[in-house]
Design a protein around this ligand. Sequence first.
Ligand code: DQQ
Length: 646
Amino acid sequence: MMASLSDVENSITTSTLPYSYAPLPNGEQPAGNDRPVHSSRKTALFLVSVFLAVASLVALFAGNGPVLPKNLNTSAVPSTAGMPEKVAPLSRGVEKGVSEKSFHPLLGADNSFPWSNNMLDWQRTAFHFQPKKNWMNDPNGPVFYNGWYHLFYQYHPDAPVWGKIVWGHAVSKDLINWRHLPIAMETDEWYDEQGVWTGSATILPNGELVVLYTGSTNESVQVQNLAYPADPSDPLLIKWVKYPGNPVLVPPPGIDNKDFRDPTTAWKTPEGKWRITIGSKINKTGISLVYDTEDFKTFELLDGLLHAVPGTGMWECVDFYPISKQGENGLDTSVDGPGVKHVVKASMDDDRNDYYAIGTYDAYKGKWTPDNPTLDVGIGLRYDYGIYYASKTFYDQNKQRRVLWSWIKETDTEASDIKKGWASLMGVPRTIVLDKKTQSNIIQWPVEEINLLRTNLTVFKNVVVESGSLVPLNLPSASQLDIVAEFEVDKKTVERLNGADIAYDCAKNGGAAQRGALGPFGFSVLAHEGLAEHTPVYFYVAKGVDGNLQTFFCADQSRSSNANDVDKSIYGSIVPVLKGEKLAMRILVDHSIVESFAQEGRTCITSRVYPTKAINNNAQLFLFNNATATKVTASVNVWQMNSAHV
Ligand code: DQQ
């Protein structure tokens, strides 16, 4: 097994490389490169602080990024007068009662990039699920049924922007290659006229399926509806019937008509009934209502809530499922008992992130309690520290695993999406298990089937990456990759270093440009030669005054594109690294999506990036080490990834 940082071998040797590496340039940047503009919607104050942060970066990757003033004085900060206004609400969803659906950069700025067809074509992914064209969002009703994996999803068949949503439908034998089927459910009833919104499937004991979904009625009231396959013997489940008695649930007293959506898969109660939970809010408290039913037609609202967290706002797409304390298999949603813990996940409408917590479920009270109240739902752990929302799991009885699907939205402009003709995709499905070592987080890992797309393995063993250097990993092409790597920091350096107050934050500390003694180091993906554009995915290790190490896992999009009309956030969080473990990361690069996993899936980051130059044959992969005090040794396996049938 891997050695801990403090156990790192002293005898790190440089292997002979089939290439040479160059130290990172320290000089000034070449003239002519534009300063990137942070293009998310923020207040003028935020713009000032971002400017300050960017301006104070040490010129890492200098020579290739923007010109950064070395000694910034605040008079250099542009006045906010004449700055573009925060974008007016362009939302297509909010007034209808669902989240903002699009990235809106600052309006009024002359920041639209002249995207060419070549650039936009490159953005379409090769092994991520998406419909052929137009808009998609949340995964719905994922299930394994009669030999097929079914994926339904929120789909707008008329345009690449959110609108009147129906259920798109596709099937797969392996969760990777897909066959698109006709729309499963249209907006053809008064109770779903404004949208067939998110829902879940439940397999009944006789093997048949039922689906509960939210309908947005002709008056935009959120109600729950029942649907089932017209022909249960059809493994493709092409035709669906809506129950004539719909809606089966309307918002209960005290719940707003627009705060009642996204029913879960049902699970069994100790009395043998079915139970579901539905997200909502009361004032600013996010809640999960609980209903029992015997027939999916009539429901009883339980007195208490499954859970509630003050200050978290509307809970969308709640998910609730058991995880095994000891076993490696996933569990059917109805499994309960002493060997089991329960996860509650909710998608926070207020900040559009998916949060989860691990806890204990009391089946008699229909109540769940987090193990650690300071890491409760909405205030603690996230599935993913990048773009990842409205996720949903299902129990895959075919392979005894719990599989997670999630909507990954675009972070470019609607104008670009319209030009592309499509918007959004699903993350690669991930298995979920409890982290047996920490017992305090889950582990997410791409389903094993994704490995079938691997081809052309290149191995780099014990590559020593000196402090402040960059190592090109010369690959024939770098837009479709599966990268698996381990890193070791120099043990003597770690021991010698004095500890300091740890106050590192991926987003706030200048990204990959900020140099510390023991980081950042990792990969630059989708990198243009000379780093005119690149997206670093990296570790940052910090030694505390107590001598303990803390490790952060980050993805820095700030230099990912020369275009200014795309989001360039820096993402990341802490990642637990236990004694005896090496630092390990896996990165799936698939054109405009980069999915990164640290320590075998303890901390995950999904990035959307839209380079203008680092595309096609100009996309490259580098190892980098921007730590000031340590060399790192990296061992890397990189596969090219074949395209899936999507
Ligand atoms: N998307 C659906 C809603 C859900 C939201 C509408 C989450 O049911 O709450 O498209 O993205």
